[in-house]
Design a protein. Structure first.
Length: 309
């Protein structure tokens, strides 16, 4: 059966743990797995610009013995003359998996419905599940385990990152707080999905507007850019609305003494987070950036294994 990774809960909590265990193994022994030896090709499609996603997938596919085929929509028929489903039917005859960084979640779902090879969401407007695998791997490394930890996200709670933190955090047994102003809070259906998952894992979701209360006793402090790709025309309004949700050294001081700070990058220093926090002793963002490589390799290995079962 073909498995896809379109949103964080495309896998179960147990499967998430299995992938993260594998990621830790691959970090210790980078070339231990070669499922793409041949080399087999993986299509990596970009509708949006990228640094970390492009590099980590290209390097990771090569590490696994494969060949990354980088495609931009500007240089292909996807999104123009050809539907995602038709593109998938062409690609599946020649590649072992498809990775797509795009806008609409609906396009990823259509592509997955039309293909027999795994489709991976490398970012959409609704979710960024690959980033969360890396983030939870990072939290595991610095905290030993995730069960029962409190993680607080600041900023645009309706963003793809916030949605993924809510789902993946609860899947990992964490208590996820989202601190955002009215009008920027997570989609109700995603919060409800996370709460159902929490009944199994012991995790929870709390939505707050109080910045300081959200920080109190937190183990992991998180933020993301306030102006995501496609939101540039809203910049002035977003800076006004979200200005009180910046992660500062004073806010970090309200969290636990051993709290860590994570950010998926790129960061707008001085806006959603102060440079003193990014460069401070509690920041683990460079470990987090590296872990995109190991987490995504583990995900690909795991998805390819499902093909043979």
């Amino acid at each position: 059966m073909t498995r896809h990774f379109l949103r964080d809960d495309s896998i179960t909590p147990a499967e998430q743990a299995e992938i993260l265990d594998l990621a830790a193994e691959l970090k210790r022994d980078r070339w231990a797995q070669q499922p793409l030896a041949g080399p087999q090709t993986v299509a990596v499609i970009f509708d949006k610009s990228s640094t970390r996603t492009r590099v980590s997938f290209a390097v990771g596919i090569a590490d696994l013995g494969g060949s990354p085929l980088i495609i931009t929509t500007a240089s292909s028929q996807l999104g123009g003359k050809e539907t995602p489903a038709d593109t998938a039917r062409v690609l599946e005859r020649q590649v072992s998996a498809i990775v797509w960084r795009t806008y609409a979640q609906k396009g990823l779902e259509e592509m997955a419905e039309g293909t027999r090879v795994p489709v991976v969401n490398a970012l959409s407007d609704d979710f960024h599940p690959c980033q969360l695998l890396a983030d939870i791997l990072t939290i595991r490394e610095h905290k030993g385990a995730t069960q029962g930890l409190t993680m607080t996200f600041y900023g645009d709670g309706r963003s793809n990152m916030a949605h993924s933190y809510v789902l993946s955090g609860v899947m990992a047994g964490m208590h996820v707080r989202v601190a955002s102003p009215e009008g920027y809070q997570p989609r109700a259906d995603i919060v409800e999905d996370a709460r159902r998952i929490g009944e199994e894992t012991g995790g929870s979701v709390t939505i707050l507007t109080d910045v300081e209360a959200a920080a109190d006793g937190s183990d992991v402090m998180v933020t993301d850019t306030w102006v995501s790709m496609g939101k540039e025309e809203e910049k002035a309004q977003r800076l006004r609305d979200l200005g009180g949700y910046k992660v500062t050294t004073e806010l970090m001081a309200r969290a636990k003494d051993d709290a860590i700070f994570i950010h998926c990058l790129p960061a707008d220093r001085g806006y959603e987070v102060d440079s003193e926090v990014i460069d401070g002793p509690q920041s683990v963002i460079w470990d987090e950036a590296e872990n995109r490589l190991h987490a995504q390799k583990a995900l690909l290995v795991w998805l390819l294994r499902q093909q043979g079962e």
